[in-house]
Ligand binder design. Structure first.
Ligand code: DGL
Length: 266
């Protein structure tokens, strides 16, 4: 057995915790290290070059902490940076993208809606997904500016959040969508509120569990000799540690004490 590694996970902010929850369930004994890039959130309105540079910085930090596999728990960062991260780091890098394939398979009305950041929807990777599945069903996209910020503030139930959810889901439902893809890792934290707005009959598709399974496959095939870790989870932020601790603990469902990243990674 080689010495235990760690799984490094990052997102623009706290959204990736929705993926980390699935990773923790799948790997109860792994050492997990999570970075919220709260000092640079949201990614959705940044340029691909900016997000790529941040993704490299955070990955360098995680590798320095002993991570031997990286999960980009962010659709927007995957679109901007997964290819160049894979070119640079010779460890498994698991990305994620809106779950169009399962949504297409699940839809009965033949109309699927995608809720995501503008950055994800405008990316070449997402265009390739549409190209691949867009003939089978009608795929309608909806950028959701402001939603990530509501989750970052912990305002899951406010009137403003509800107004945004109504505004973003109404056009998709009006066009007959029976399946909505949560194409940003912040949105699963709003699943109950979205459900409240759209009613019981619309399917909601999330990618977190599939990402954890994919990570498991990659670790088994590429790091077969790996010893289990100590089951700890550590949290870092490039933003305010006190604010991050408060919101992360609320979403994680347990104390999640955030440390500030070392200066050179901010
Ligand atoms: N959570 C991220 C995603 O999955 C992006 C959020 C942001 O815009 O910062 O796309």
């Amino acid at each position: 057995m080689s010495s235990p590694g760690a799984i490094g996970v990052f997102d623009s902010g706290v959204g990736g915790l929705s993926v980390l929850q699935h990773i923790r369930k799948t790997f109860p004994h792994e050492r997990l290290i999570y970075v919220a890039d709260s000092g640079h959130v949201p990614y959705g309105d940044k340029t691909p070059a900016y997000i790529e540079q941040r993704s490299h910085t955070l990955t360098r930090f995680l590798v320095g902490q002993g991570a031997d596999a990286i999960v980009i728990a962010c659709n927007t960062a995957t679109a901007a940076a997964v290819a160049s991260l894979r070119d640079t780091f010779s460890i498994p890098i698991i990305g994620m993208e809106p779950a169009v394939k399962p949504a297409v398979a699940a839809s009965k009305s033949g109309v699927v809606g995608v809720l995501a950041t503008v950055g994800t929807l405008e990316s070449a990777r997402f265009a390739a997904l549409l190209e691949r599945y867009g003939d089978e069903v009608e795929i309608i996209t909806q950028g959701c500016p402001g939603l990530v910020e509501q989750v970052e503030k912990g305002e899951l139930d406010s009137a403003h959040t509800r107004a945004l959810l109504e505004r973003y889901t109404a056009p998709l439902l009006a066009r007959g969508a029976d399946t909505l893809i949560l194409g940003c890792t912040h949105y699963p934290f709003l699943a109950a509120q979205i459900r409240d707005v759209i009613g019981a009959n619309i399917m909601l598709i999330d990618t977190g569990e599939a990402v954890a399974r994919q990570l498991q496959r990659r670790i088994h095939s590429e790091l077969p000799q790996r010893a289990s870790g100590d089951g700890t989870t550590r949290f870092f932020t490039s933003g305010d540690a006190t604010a991050a601790t408060r919101i992360m603990s609320a979403l994680w469902g347990d104390t999640a004490t955030a440390q500030t990243l070392p200066h050179e990674f901010l």
